[in-house]
Design a protein around this ligand. Structure first.
Ligand code: BDP
Length: 324
């Protein structure tokens, strides 16, 4: 009698557990540490999804590059080993040609301009183009504006960069961008930048305030020149293999939750930019703000000529420029 009761109780517990456990947990990759805006935004997306699917669909974010560096995790997402991935558009440049356009230096006039473009038809065109790489484009996130930092000296003009070595993301555009400024580019994974600056393999790199701060790069490269050459959006993608396993209803829920995480991300980003800047300034970093961007913009003419090569890409540039 007692045993039957215990068995019955255990059965209830097992059922209760089953009812609250996630049927499907989507594994999502991010290079950034826990608490970084992109990580929190995807976690938030997961909460929305869980709530809306009655606890069936969940997301687990593997932050801090636990699943690998971006170039590798993108491949794993294409192969369905990883379900979702939050990455910069930069490492997609050599895979999906449409992503080259928002990765061009000085293509956006401001963050507002970038938001308008990525929320509009050009953004949709890029999300759709992800299908060609076995991925589903879900949403765009902010990546701030990127500027050069280095361990050697304050850079106040292009001439100051001559012969210096800068790490760039793994994309040919950024290699050509740095070459057009008379410096040398070394493409390498994000996780290797800190020690490469520290050991003098490279003189510096380029990134936004939150990454410059959270990566600790500001500790080893204390000259930060706010030339703002790039406003590269970030993207949340899903593996097509994982996506195709879901019902049409669940696919829609994933898309909607991703969309709904965008305003959350934008708010987190603005707050983090300010917090990171304050932390970096307090650490005694030398911030160079009196910089004339015009020569930097002019130096990019050959980069545009090399990458904007087809009527389709040309039209994208024109559409972006025409967006008010
Ligand atoms: C950060 C992006 C991240 C990139 C990193 C990089 O958020 O996705 O991996 O830059 O420079 O700003 O590689």
């Amino acid at each position: 009698m007692k045993q039957t009761l215990i068995a019955a109780m255990l059965g209830t517990v097992a059922m209760a557990t089953a009812a609250t456990a996630c049927e499907i947990t989507l594994r999502s990759s991010d290079t950034h540490p826990d608490g970084y805006p992109t990580v929190v935004a995807v976690q938030k997306m997961g909460e929305l999804l869980k709530e809306r699917t009655g606890d069936r669909l969940c997301v687990e974010v593997f932050h801090s590059a636990q699943l690998g560096e971006e170039k590798d995790t993108i491949e794993q997402t294409q192969f369905g080993v990883i379900d979702m991935n939050r990455v910069s558009l930069g490492p997609f440049n050599n895979i999906v040609e449409e992503t080259q356009i928002p990765s061009l230096p000085f293509i956006f006039r401001s963050t507002d301009h970038m938001h308008k473009v990525m929320d509009g038809p050009v953004g949709q065109q890029i999300l759709d183009a992800m299908a060609g790489a076995d991925l589903v484009g879900l949403a765009f996130y902010d990546g701030g504006s990127r500027s050069f930092y280095n361990s050697e000296k304050p850079i106040r003009s292009i001439a100051d960069m001559a012969g210096m070595k800068f790490r760039v993301m793994q994309s040919d555009i950024f290699v050509d961008m740095v070459a057009a400024l008379g410096a040398n580019a070394t493409p390498m994974p994000y996780g290797e930048v800190y020690s490469s600056i520290q050991t003098g393999v490279i003189d510096g790199a380029e990134n936004n305030w939150p990454s410059y701060e959270s990566s600790g790069h500001f500790e080893v490269a204390k000259y930060y020149t706010l030339n703002q050459h790039l406003i590269v959006p970030e993207i949340l993608v899903m593996s097509k293999i994982a996506y195709d396993k879901l019902s049409a209803e669940d696919q829609a829920a994933v898309r909607q939750a991703a969309k709904d995480s965008v305003p959350v991300m934008r708010e987190l980003w603005t707050a983090r930019e300010a917090a990171s800047e304050a932390k970096v300034r307090a650490a005694g970093t030398e911030i160079i703000t009196d910089i004339d961007k015009t020569p930097f913009i002019e130096a990019m003419v050959p980069v545009y000529a090399k990458y904007v090569t087809t009527p389709k890409l040309q039209k994208m540039v024109e559409d972006i420029q025409a967006t008010e």
